[in-house]
Design a binder for this molecule. Sequence first.
Ligand code: FBP
Length: 544
Amino acid sequence: MTKSALQIARAAYQPKLPKALQGPVAAKEGAATQSVGDQAKIKEIFPNTYGLPIIEFVAGEQKAFEPINVGVILSGGQAPGGHNVISGLFDGVKSINPDSKLYGFILGPGGLVDHKYMELTADIIDEYRNTGGFDIIGSGRTKLEKEEQFEKGIEILRQLNIKALVIIGGDDSNTNACVLAEYYAKKNYGVQVIGCPKTIDGDLKNEQIETSFGFDTACKTYSELIGNIQRDCNSSRKYWHFIKLMGRSASHIALECALQTQPNICLISEEVEKKEMSLDDVVNYIADIVAARAAEGNNYGTVLIPEGIIEFIPSIKRLIAELNELLSDPKTHEPREFNSAEEQLEYVEKHLSAANLTELHKLPEDVARQLCLDRDPHGNVQVSLIETEKLLSRMVAKLLKETKRAPKFNAQHHFFGYEGRCAAPSNYDADYCYSLGFNASRLIAAGKTGYMSIIRNTTAPAAEWVAGGVPITMMMNIERRNGADKPVIRKALVELDGAPFKYFAAHRDEWAKNTCYVYPGPIQYFGPTEVCDQSTKTLQLEQA
Ligand code: FBP
């Protein structure tokens, strides 16, 4: 395989580990835990994995371990650093006993069910150290939730003598990891299940998990691109750039990119919901800033739009909630089958309540159609397919024309998502991911199941990072999904009273009026630590 000079240099990078993981460890156990909500219900669903203590690894004594076979799955959307989780896990299980083996299941959780796997040997692992992407074994969105799937899984796990399975995924995948851990514990199958917090969206975080991996690199990649666009628009001074950013429901990516680049406008979905803004309110907000800048002779600017914004406009949120119920079968809670998109739309129009039908008809046809289309396997609206950046700029243009303001308004559109999900991990993500994977091996050696691998204190130098595990049930509550109440990990949305949003809110008027662009430039891997090893501004502000 031909490699670039950077790839070759990067392959030689040795990710840093917390001091506690550099030698033999002992597991220090905290007090029993509770779920974040619906305690009685979650306890009833997870009798074997509920209430476990938080674990912190501290220096321990050298012990001899038998070889262990471990399986690994990459689940859901790609996020920079996945290969380092796997290489950290590989090095970790080999350090437990050099005869241990690591198997990767191909193309996500489906690989476990369909018995598609490969052994990950040292040669293979070495090809992928510090690289972006999930291509070492591929990823997928098959939802692991049915007993038949768990039973198919145990067949192959037994065949390969796998005693522990590591599932690298976001909130939905880790929810499924916990359900699997509980099932195997209940059945006494002798297979441990450990999760790892992945997602560029940054919404898998809480008191125990500082950040999900990939968020750092993805935001830095998008911020580089936004900075480049800002230079361009500050050079020609003739376009407004409407930039939609991935992130599904939460606006963490948009907020972080705003903190890094200081655009003229950044919408935050959580604020739109809190202020009960309508689509027209959002359009008015943007148009007023465009007009004010135009009055000063500045017919250019940047608008950052979180991809999930449409779901947070209260009237549309109500519409989506009803659509979610309508589009799933009340008996099976599986998505209803339709022969065509037309048939689906017809069904929706016939059954929707009058208020929500009016709301649906108010939306441009393409958006209305998108909201009615199939959900992803976890029941989420596929917001990445909705062209909100075009919708908003169209509506802003119309309003400005009607109100005879900003006659020189011209828009360009961008959607940044896939550009950042497989970028080569920043030093932060390279170290964080390697540590998460290595740490997962220590949770396995400690005999734990139903835990997520956690690394904390990550704004400090890596040696001072704190490693351990948190019971997945601790992060759970009951939510409505696909027309049924389900135990799920609570998604972390942007907190409007949190330091990152407060900083943004205190500066946005100035950024809107004046041109205060920051140009972060590309991620640097080699050079001074203040250039190469900074965590996200979100994390810095949260931990300040
Ligand atoms: P995960 O939650 O699985 O990490 O996926 C994140 C994400 O990149 C979202 O930001 C985006 O909405 C979605 O995946 C796109 O999904 P797909 O890769 O299936 O197009």
